[in-house]
Design a protein around this ligand. Structure first.
Ligand code: ATP
Length: 274
């Protein structure tokens, strides 16, 4: 399988003193439903952080707030030590963010090539032939060679998810600043068969490793994805962080939430959201 063409061009300096991202006391309600309650977390340069926890506990909401797609009610967001008021991109020193959403969110009227190469068609001087070559390369990386001319409706849900992944990792090789510094993955392997999951997990890790100090946050329920993609795990329950630790500690911690989550037991502090 092809390696990322941008693999040897790390996009930012490692060893920064400030965290890449810091959330302090973030709260968010939807009507009477308090979804996030004073959540604070940091993501350092080069870190791979998994946010896990039961359904409906606010994981995707955190990603959407970080991405600037949703406003918080309270709390502060710092990027590279600088407080940000609104959109992360809405600043003098923007952070490139790539996102892979739970729903593939492709444009139905565009081909796979047009979807994956969308930003390059809009914002680069690359020729259509060059963009097509990059699209083919990225589709090969996600294990979907030869589908560039198809439409999303012709693909399975898992294939669409991998196309969405391909789009998130597309970047302009002529513009090093184009590489996302922070990738946000919202359940990138949900609904995929085990082999397709492994392909995506390896890609996530591979891109991370090759970038040297690229950082990402991944929200996932999949046991294998947590173990194979995360350095550190944050456990969210009912809008609060109730455990955080290195991924290898998930099997040894006596935290009751973590124990119940990984055993799948019905008895314990985690109760299904109503
Ligand atoms: N736009 C919205 N309007 C109203 N309620 C919302 C909205 N977005 C999310 N919620 C609610 O916020 C809560 C948390 O949702 P969120 O998607 O963040 O949970 P999650 O932990 O990612 O869940 P899952 O693991 O099932 O994807 C849920 O109760 C959800 O119904």
């Amino acid at each position: 399988m092809a390696q990322p063409s941008f693999s040897l061009t790390p996009s930012q300096d490692c060893g920064q003193e400030k965290p890449l991202l810091e959330l302090q006391g973030i709260s968010k309600s939807f009507g009477p439903n308090k979804v996030l309650n004073q959540v604070s977390l940091t993501v350092n340069y080069g870190e791979a952080v998994a946010i896990i926890g039961p359904s409906g506990t606010g994981k995707s909401t955190i990603l959407r707030i970080i991405a600037g797609l949703l406003h918080r009610d309270a709390g502060d967001i710092y990027i590279k030590g600088q407080k940000r008021l609104g959109l992360i991109e809405d600043a003098q020193d923007p952070v490139g963010i790539g996102m892979v959403f739970q729903q593939a969110a492709l444009f139905d009227s565009l081909t796979v090539e047009e979807n994956v190469g969308f930003l390059l068609y809009q914002h680069s001087n690359l020729s259509p032939d060059e963009i097509r070559r990059l699209v083919d390369e990225v589709l090969d990386m996600v294990g979907l060679p030869g589908i560039a001319d198809q439409y999303p409706a012709q693909l399975s849900g898992g294939m669409r998810k991998r196309v969405s992944f391909a789009r998130a990792i597309m970047s302009n090789p002529n513009n090093p600043a184009d590489h996302p510094e922070l990738l946000l993955y919202d359940e990138p392997t949900a609904g995929l068969d085990p082999v397709a999951s492994t392909v995506i997990e390896d890609l996530i890790r591979g891109i991370h490793r090759h970038r040297g100090c690229g950082s990402y946050i991944i929200v996932t329920h999949q046991d294998s994805t947590i173990r194979r993609t995360a350095d550190r795990v944050i456990f969210l329950h009912r809008g609060k962080i109730c455990w955080s630790g290195p991924v290898q500690d998930i099997d040894t911690t006596d935290n009751p939430y973590v124990r119940q989550f990984f055993s799948g037991r019905v008895e314990g502090p985690i109760q299904l959201a109503t």
